[in-house]
Design a protein around this ligand. Structure first.
Ligand code: UD1
Length: 314
C-alpha cells in the first residue's frame, strides 16, 4: 500500500509512533522518524533502526527549520508527536498549546512548502469532552474540558482549514483509549499500562470510583491499520474520523478480564475516590471509519489485552 513511498513520522520513538514506524517499514515504505526524546525511547526503535529504509532525526516540531529539512522529498506525514497528558496540560497549558497547536501549524506549513501529498494527524476523543450523547459521532458539537482537549480540537481545525484553503490533503484520526506494547507505565499513562505493570508484580490495581465507568479501548494494531488506510483513502481528506473498537467495556469487567488473561485471578481490584474530571462513559460510533477508510477493528478491549500479554511473553 505504501511500498516505495517516503513517509515521515513525528513522535516516532513514542508508543503509537514507533508501532506505526514498524508497520510502515513492513509495508515497504522508507521512513524518516522524528522525535525530541521528551517521552520517546530509542529502544522503541530498535527493530526499525536495523532497517536500511529507516532514518532517525532528533528534533522538535516547534523548530520550523528542522521540519523543513526533514520533509524534503516526503510523500506522507504522520503527526504523532504531542504533549500527551491531560493532567499535565492542566499544570502547563501554555506548553501544551505550544507543542500541540504551534507544532501542528509548523507541520502543516512545512508540508505545504515541501509539497507533501497528505498529512495524517493523531487527534483524540478528548475533544468531545463532557457531551452526554453516546456513542460519540463526528457530527457532534465538541466541548473539550481540558487544555489538552482544546489543543487537539484546535490542531484538527487547522488541518481542516489547510485542506480547504490550500488543498493540502489532511486527515484527523480521533483515537479512543489506545493501548498496547510500548505504552509507558507512569502516573500519567493510560490505565492498561498501569494495571498490567501492577498485575505483573502480583499487586492489586486501584480503580478510581465504583468501576462502572466505561471506555472504548482500542488496540494499537487497529490504530496503526487505520493510519495506513488513511494515507491513501480517496474520501478521507478534510475529514476527522473516530478510530475505536466501537465496543465499550466497564473498568470492573475489563479489570477482571485482565486478571484472567494474566493467570492472576486471585487478585482483586481496590477502589479509590473518583478521579476529578473523569467522564463516565466514552464510546465511539465508527460508521465513518468504515465508510471513509474501509476500517473495521479486529480487536476489542479483551482480545487486544490477550494479544498484548502474548506479545509481552515473547
Ligand atoms: C485517555 C487518554 C487521553 C485520551 C483519551 C481518549 C491517557 C493517560 N489518557 O483518557 O489522552 O484523550 O483516553 O482517547 O492515555 N483509571 C483507574 N485507575 C488508574 C488509572 C485510571 O481506575 O490507575 C480509570 C480512570 O479513572 C478512567 C479509566 O481508568 O475512568 C481510563 O483512564 P485513562 O487510561 O487515564 O484514560 P482517559 O482518562 O479515558
Amino acid at each position: 500500500m505504501l511500498k516505495d513511498k517516503k513517509v515521515l513520522v513525528t513522535g516516532a520513538a513514542g508508543f503509537i509512533g514507533s508501532n506505526l514506524v514498524d508497520a510502515l517499514l513492513a509495508d515497504g515504505a522508507s521512513v524518516v522518524g522524528l522525535d525530541n526524546m521528551f517521552n520517546g525511547r530509542m529502544e522503541n526503535l530498535a527493530d526499525a533502526s536495523a532497517s536500511p529504509r529507516f532514518a532517525f532525526l532528533k528534533g522538535d516540531v516547534r523548530d520550523m527549520t528542522f521540519l523543513l529539512d526533514a520533509m524534503a522529498g516526503i510523500d506522507v506525514v504522520y503527526h504523532e508527536a504531542a504533549f500527551t497528558s491531560v493532567p499535565q496540560s492542566i499544570k502547563m497549558p501554555q506548553l501544551c498549546n505550544d507543542v500541540n497547536v504551534g507544532g501542528m501549524v509548523n507541520v502543516l506549513n512545512a508540508a505545504r512548502v515541501r509539497d507533501v501529498k497528505r498529512v495524517v494527524f493523531a487527534s483524540s476523543s478528548s475533544i468531545y469532552g463532557d457531551t452526554p450523547t453516546l456513542p460519540k459521532h463526528e457530527g457532534m458539537p465538541l466541548r473539550p474540558i481540558s487544555p489538552y482537549g482544546v489543543s487537539k480540537m484546535a490542531a484538527e481545525a487547522y488541518c481542516t482549514a489547510y485542506h480547504h484553503v490550500y488543498g493540502l490533503e489532511t486527515v484527523s484520526l480521533r483515537y479512543f483509549n489506545v493501548f498496547g506494547p510500548r505504552q509507558k507505565d507512569s502516573p500519567y499513562s493510560g490505565v492498561v499500562a498501569i494495571f498490567l505493570a501492577r498485575i505483573a508484580e502480583g499487586k492489586n490495581p486501584t480503580i478510581f470510583g465504583d468501576g462502572e465507568q466505561s471506555r472504548d479501548f482500542t488496540y494499537v494494531k487497529d490504530v496503526v491499520r487505520a493510519n495506513m488506510l488513511a494515507a491513501t483513502a480517496p474520501d478521507a481528506p478534510g475529514k476527522a474520523i473516530n478510530v475505536a473498537s466501537g465496543r465499550p467495556i466497564t473498568m470492573n469487567d475489563f479489570t477482571k478480564a485482565m486478571f484472567k488473561a494474566c493467570g492472576k485471578e486471585h487478585l482483586q481490584a481496590q477502589h479509590a475516590g473518583k478521579r476529578p474530571g473523569d467522564i463516565l462513559h466514552s464510546f465511539a460510533d465508527i460508521t465513518l471509519a468504515k465508510e471513509a477508510l474501509d476500517f473495521v477493528p479486529r480487536y476489542d478491549a479483551v482480545s487486544g489485552f490477550e494479544e498484548l500479554v502474548r506479545t509481552m511473553r515473547q
